[in-house]
Design a protein around this ligand. Structure first.
Ligand code: UDP
Length: 253
């Protein structure tokens, strides 16, 4: 398995993992019997974790924390760390499916009714070798019933698109009972995969402006956008302490 440096960013772990390294590490997790939480860390999530202790602990319990969020990439680079690229959750799901193919038995959990199903169909178009073990919308009350459904599906990867912090808290609490080796919080990925929400044009993604595109499409997200200047302020005023190497020997949970 490829090792990648782990940083501590405003108290949270963040792995300097490229797309290729992330896929390789997740592939490695599939060979073990244990549950591994994978967090796709966006800038808004870092801000939320500053005041939400249970969410912070969930992120700190993750086996892999991927830099999804241009702010996290910017902050790591500003403090001199070798953060090669942003790894967007929506892309990770597609690349995982293409590269790991038949090794994946995925369960898609989340989104409005029907969204996970059409996302699954489109995922199969991109990666026909993948086995879709099941799917279900994210507006449920009875956790136990959902856990039983996932366990019965024999999925090895659970994609949870329930929005943060719910998806990380849910995976941390129920992931092991679902019998999956990997649980990934994927936010609005199913909305994009199903074709309901468009991603920003490639050039905007490249220059780190995808957040602006999402804001333009859904102005109701403006309150969430306030997290971005808050994050930048904390990084800039926190000096070197705001981003540092993960303390050696310190467990993440
Ligand atoms: N969602 C859900 N159950 C809930 C709340 C939200 O399944 O109780 C879904 C929602 O339908 C959407 C996703 O969670 O598909 C969150 O998308 P958003 O774009 O807010 O996530 P982001 O990618 O910004 O984290």
């Amino acid at each position: 398995m490829v090792a990648s440096a782990r940083l501590q960013m405003l108290g949270l772990p963040l792995d300097c993992a490229t797309m290729a390294q992330s896929v390789e590490r997740i592939g490695g997790y599939l060979q073990t019997p244990d549950f591994h939480l994978v967090v796709t860390l966006g800038t808004e999530m870092v801000v939320r974790a500053q005041t939400d202790a249970s969410f912070r602990e969930a992120v700190r319990s993750a086996a892999l924390v991927i830099p999804d969020g241009i702010g996290t990439v910017w902050a790591a680079r500003l403090r001199g760390f070798d953060m090669r690229e942003r790894v967007a959750g929506v892309e990770l799901v597609q690349v995982l499916a293409q590269r790991l193919g038949g090794r994946l038995r995925v369960f898609l959990l989340g989104g409005a009714p029907g969204v996970a199903e059409s996302a699954a169909q489109n995922l199969l178009r991109i990666a026909p070798g993948v086995h879709v073990a099941g799917s279900r919308d994210g507006y449920f009350q009875d956790d136990r019933e959902v856990v039983e459904q996932i366990a019965a599906s024999k999925a090895n990867v659970l994609l949870a698109g329930l929005g943060f912090p719910r998806q990380e808290l849910w995976l941390q609490k129920h992931g092991p009972a679902c019998g999956v080796a990997v649980g990934i919080g994927v936010g609005g990925t199913f909305d994009v995969l199903s074709g309901r929400v468009r991603r920003a044009p490639r050039w905007m993604q490249k220059v780190g402006l995808e957040w602006l595109y999402r804001f333009a499409l859904q102005p109701s997200r403006w309150q969430r956008m306030l997290a971005l200047p808050k994050f930048a302020m904390r990084i800039l005023t926190g000096g070197q302490d705001s981003v540092q190497a993960w303390p050696e020997g310190q467990a993440t949970s």
